[in-house]
Design a protein around this ligand. Structure first.
Ligand code: DC
Length: 229
């Protein structure tokens, strides 16, 4: 054993199943699960609450530096994002906040703040960390990197189901398809830490496998690299 905490990076586009897979992996591996998208969404919500123009980079970056953001680990291993001392609610998942979040997460000053939080959190206890740049920028040295992918139509169908389950399905499938592909495009083409994959990742297709199968594939890979496996 190297003594290093176990850090597993799960990257991929929206709706690809990252959260579900990462949460289950964390349970099995007995480490916390960190959903970094929620941290960027907390800032998106704050920008909205303060009436700040998301295009105003300087003001948004200043807001990020002063953000009262806490990652609280619960005894069951889940991690809550607290904004101004309060749990981030469902409001942060609304399409309007998704849009704002996707634009403000392109700013270097925003990413610096979030990455610092993520590193200090996972460096102590290890974690399954889910996002867009985890294996490329946040933890480039971890050997456990997985890039999840699935066709756009599958991802949109899943997102729609999620929204319906939480009673927020005010978008049609076409509108959602447009929103998701715009967001994919922005997340993948931005200058700062774009969503990219390289040869250090294991690519896992989630469109053709059940969640349980995806989790098993990833666990097998991780165990092969662990000293006992
Ligand atoms: O995973 P999500 O859909 O909740 O993420 C919301 C937005 O945050 C997404 O448009 C891209 C951004 N994000 C990011 O830039 N880097 C991360 N590590 C996680 C999310």
């Amino acid at each position: 054993m190297t003594g290093q905490p176990l850090v597993v990076a799960i990257d991929g586009t929206s709706g690809v199943g990252k959260s579900t897979v990462a949460r289950r992996l964390a349970l099995v591996l007995d480490v916390p699960y960190l959903e970094t998208g929620a941290m960027y969404r907390a800032l998106g919500l704050k920008v909205d609450q303060m009436g700040v123009d998301p295009a105003n980079r300087e003001t948004v970056e200043a807001l990020a530096s002063d953000l009262d953001l806490v990652l609280r680990r619960n005894p069951d291993g889940t991690v809550e994002v607290l904004l101004d001392g309060r749990r981030l609610g469902e409001e942060a998942r609304q399409p309007r906040i998704s849009e704002i979040t996707s634009s403000i997460s392109t700013y270097p000053g925003v990413r610096r703040v979030m990455v610092a939080h993520q590193r200090s959190f996972a460096e102590s206890a290890g974690a399954v960390v889910e996002g867009r740049d985890i294996g490329t920028k946040v933890f480039p040295d971890t050997p456990h990197k997985f890039f999840l992918q699935a066709p756009l139509a599958t991802r949109v169908r899943r997102r729609l189901q999620q929204l319906e389950e939480s009673g927020r399905s005010n978008l049609s499938a076409d509108e959602l398809m447009r929103e998701v592909s715009e967001r994919d495009e922005r997340d993948s083409t931005r200058a700062e830490s774009p969503l990219t994959v390289n040869s250090s990742y294991r690519i896992v297709d989630t469109g053709s496998r059940s969640i349980e199968e995806v989790v098993q594939v990833i666990l097998e890979e991780i165990r092969q690299l662990l000293p006992s496996g």
